[in-house]
Design a protein around this ligand. Structure first.
Ligand SMILES: C[S@@+](CC[C@H](N)C(=O)[O-])C[C@H]1O[C@@H](n2cnc3c(N)ncnc32)[C@H](O)[C@@H]1O
Length: 226
């Protein structure tokens, strides 16, 4: 049996037992595929991990960078209380439109707000706002263009509080993150983010390698210290 077949089989088993898709999630994946969105959403078990982390965190206010069709958004938003808020940033108007349909169908449109445009612009605007959707966020999930990961991390630091949790997805890239000589913007951005987490006095973090239905990748977790 090939390595990736074993990873898939184990992921399928874990997903069925621990993180089964329900109608809201299945419909979101189906609608995203039918709309031709890239199939790069997190897996079910990863979604359940995000949801558990948000619940452990007692999150009331979540920021997501990179919405796609809203699959991870649904997992995260379901961790929130009825008066909680999730702001999700998405570059593509088409992705945001599909995500809006998926989030509404999942009954989360009162909790979730999608903002369309380059995330760096939206982040700068968010930092100037006050009110119910404003910072500080209890949890930030970074899952957009990887080249900007260090910038997203810097913004996340500005938009969080002591005790907030920052999660950065796809930090392994099939092992390419270990290549110090890489000229790929995604790898350069991811390495810069990892090094920032390691060196920043306000952050304590780690990174974990994962295998599964989405291949060989991983995520970084960082707690904001002050
Ligand atoms: C990996 S997908 C997000 C997947 C989603 N978090 C999930 O798991 O369901 C990355 C998304 O980030 C968006 N994106 C890429 N560059 C961006 C940017 N500069 N600002 C905001 N969104 C961006 C892409 O259009 C894409 O929808």
């Amino acid at each position: 049996m090939s390595e990736s077949k074993v990873w898939n089989d184990v992921d399928d088993y874990f997903t069925a037992q621990l993180a089964p898709d329900d109608e809201g999630l299945t419909a979101a994946l189906r609608a995203s595929e039918e709309a031709g969105l890239p199939q790069i959403a997190i897996s079910g078990t990863q979604g359940k991990l995000l949801q558990l982390l948000a619940q452990i965190q007692g999150a009331r206010n979540i920021l997501e960078i990179g919405t796609l069709g809203g699959y991870s958004t649904i997992w995260l938003a379901r961790a929130l209380p009825a008066d909680g808020r999730l702001v999700s940033l998405e570059y593509s108007a088409r992705h945001a439109e599909v995500a809006t349909g998926n989030i509404t169908r999942a009954g989360l449109d009162k909790i979730v707000e999608i903002r369309v445009g380059p995330a760096l612009d939206s982040l700068s605007r968010l930092a100037e706002e006050s009110g119910e959707n404003a910072a500080p966020f209890d949890l930030v999930f970074i899952d957009a263009d990887k080249a900007n990961n260090p910038h997203y991390l810097e913004w996340a630091l500005k938009l969080t509080r002591a005790g907030s949790l920052i999660i950065v997805d796809n930090v392994v890239r099939e092992g390419r993150v270990a290549d110090a000589g890489s000229t790929t913007p995604d790898v350069i951005g991811t390495r810069a983010a990892i090094e920032l987490i390691g060196s920043h006095p306000r952050l304590s973090g780690t990174a974990i390698q994962t295998v599964g239905g989405k291949g060989y990748d991983g995520f970084a977790l960082a707690r904001v210290l002050s």
